[in-house]
Design a protein around this ligand. Structure first.
Ligand SMILES: NC(=O)c1ccc[n+]([C@@H]2O[C@H](COP(=O)([O-])OP(=O)(O)OC[C@H]3O[C@@H](n4cnc5c(N)ncnc54)[C@H](OP(=O)(O)O)[C@@H]3O)[C@@H](O)[C@H]2O)c1
Length: 237
């Protein structure tokens, strides 16, 4: 049994490293071709993950958009979209969020939270299609969440943010690939950064491997492979 799925991190950032600004409107850092690329990555995954703050702030649907890609998944015997995954320590997740309400009933909505908040969340979300509230015995550290996802048969996890989730995945050496799309503009006045301050395993002596640079219109996609920690070290046990 694999200890964790293959983890692919994805984000789009401004040239100066911001993935959001301080305005209430959504910041568009990508273009249509890049959104189609991301849709293909979603369709090729078993699950898509975002942190609870991205659910609250951006209200993403996290579904495969292309009808052709959804059809292809159905023909392969899979749900039309991958399972959706989020993690919350506070349990602050609205039953009205698109994460919960959008998508076919066979698209799983997996909510990881500590045991202390699970009963309240279960009573709020109970009976909604596809929803499962999970509190791993080992807590909600991301290695434990990944171990649980692997046990559920998730082989490829596509992680779409935000800052906290991307930072933890990188700092804990849990990611296998990083897809970093750079928008051709700057964000002024601050906002959410692609990664927070942390102790990262990738430094001057342990570099990520650049495997692709792809121009997508005016956006530059950088794709890196990342050495992950040995399975024994990411084990939740
Ligand atoms: N440009 C892009 O590609 C992109 C993509 C996605 C998001 N974003 C941006 O990213 C920003 C959000 O980033 P963020 O760092 O604030 O939020 P986030 O990473 O989306 O979510 C953080 C939240 O997830 C929960 N969480 C994280 N790790 C956990 C753990 N190990 N155990 C339990 N719960 C855990 C906590 O939820 P609770 O607070 O509920 O405890 C935490 O507050 C937004 O501005 C959004 O627009 C940009």
């Amino acid at each position: 049994m694999p200890v964790k799925p293959k983890v692919v991190l994805s984000c789009a950032a401004s040239f100066n490293g911001y993935i959001d600004d301080r305005r209430p409107e959504r910041l568009i850092l990508s273009n249509d071709s890049d959104f189609r690329r991301v849709d293909g990555e979603r369709a090729a995954s078993d699950a898509i993950m975002v942190g609870a703050n991205t659910v609250r702030l951006d209200n993403p649907r996290l579904l495969v958009r292309s009808p052709e890609l959804r059809e292809e998944r159905l023909r392969a015997g899979k749900p039309s979209s991958p399972a959706k995954v989020t993690v919350t320590a506070s349990g602050n997740l609205s039953p009205g969020s698109a994460f919960i309400t959008q998508g076919d009933a066979d698209v799983a909505r997996l909510v990881y939270c500590p045991a202390g908040v699970a009963p309240r969340l279960r009573s709020q979300l109970q009976g909604l299609p596809g929803v499962e509230v999970i509190s791993p015995r080992q807590g909600t550290g991301l290695a434990a969440v990944l171990a649980d996802l692997a046990e559920r048969g998730v082989g490829r996890l596509f992680v779409e943010g935000g800052t906290s989730i991307i930072t933890q995945m990188l700092a804990q050496g849990l990611a296998d690939e990083l897809h970093y799309a750079i928008a051709p503009f700057f964000v002024s006045g601050g906002g959410a950064r692609a990664v927070d301050e942390a102790s990262f395993p990738f430094d001057q002596d342990h570099q990520m491997t650049l495997v692709e640079i792809r121009p997508i219109g005016n956006v530059a996609l950088l794709r890196y492979e990342l050495p992950t920690k040995e399975p024994a070290r990411v084990s939740a046990a």
